[in-house]
Ligand binder design. Structure first.
Ligand code: DGL
Length: 273
């Protein structure tokens, strides 16, 4: 497998959500070329078993390797929570997930030592955030809550008003989050779109942590360590791949990315096992 500093960065997610991570990556490393793969035929990952999500993740990585990527970003929290060891073992390139950077940022942000984490059922059940936080700092009190309805709300563009507010209140005040936390990790690609509503419900004393920017910083660090940063302005390319027809991805994705997507190519995954 040949790659050098001109090779693109590969990014995958279950669908449009990872575009929030791609957005941060493009802001942080604008010269880098990127290939983004949204597994729109199989979304959501957040309600599926770890075994199945790992199988999909390995197949996504295989496609991106064919594009000659020099580093893989697992933009999906659920895939980062369950498939990172398998991906790291299988791939000849560095793999960066979103959980460790988000957990590190949260551990540095909290003053009370009480952190709340919200994510998909798969991410929360995996215990990956709890584990990552415990490995960074001992004595942290971590409360978690799965918020599955936030995903369709963000995709429908229902990010303001009564419906998302009621859902957020149900999850975050009447839900399982304990009192006294001062830091809330948005442990799912879709949740940054609902950050205004979430902030209003948890109050101004709670800092929301979005792992996208921390992940982009980690990618810059890893590329720099390996002398793989692209330094020229020339020939920066953006490619988008999807596993279902591209129309909805292009339409909904623009909201996640913050600008329009000119086109996406439909591909098939080669699933093993
Ligand atoms: N991308 C997923 C995540 O960050 C959310 C959507 C899904 O369930 O596939 O966990």
């Amino acid at each position: 497998m040949r790659f050098d500093r001109h090779s693109p960065i590969g990014v995958f997610d279950s669908g449009v959500g990872g575009l929030t991570v791609l957005k941060a990556l493009i802001e942080r490393l604008p010269l880098e070329s990127t290939v983004y793969l949204g597994d729109t035929a199989r979304v959501p990952y957040g309600t599926k078993s770890g075994e199945v999500v790992t199988k999909y993740s390995l197949a996504n990585a295989d496609v991106l390797l064919e594009y000659g990527v020099k580093l893989l970003v697992v933009a999906c929290n659920t895939a980062s929570a369950v498939a990172l060891p398998a991906l790291r073992e299988a791939l000849p390139i560095p793999v960066v997930g979103v959980i460790a950077p988000g957990a590190a940022l949260a551990a540095h942000t909290t003053k009370t030592g009480k952190i709340a984490v919200i994510g998909t059922p798969g991410t929360i059940a995996s215990g990956a955030y709890q584990e990552a936080l415990a490995s960074i700092r001992t004595g942290l009190e971590v409360h978690t809550q799965a918020c599955p309805l936030f995903v369709p709300l963000a995709e429908e563009g229902w990010t303001e008003g009564q419906v998302p507010s009621l859902v957020a209140e149900q999850y975050l005040t009447r839900g399982l989050l304990g009192p006294g936390f001062d830091t809330l990790v948005l442990g799912c690609t879709h949740y940054p779109l609902l950050s205004d509503v979430i902030q209003r419900v948890v109050g101004p004393g709670v800092t929301l942590v979005d792992s996208a920017r921390a992940t982009a910083d980690r990618v810059a660090e890893v590329l720099n360590e390996r002398d793989l940063l692209k330094k020229e302005r020339l020939a920066t390319e953006r490619h988008y791949l999807v596993t279902d027809t591209p129309n909805r991805f292009i339409e909904v994705g623009a909201r996640f990315l913050g600008h329009s997507i000119s086109g996406a190519r439909q591909i098939d995954l080669k699933l093993k096992g």
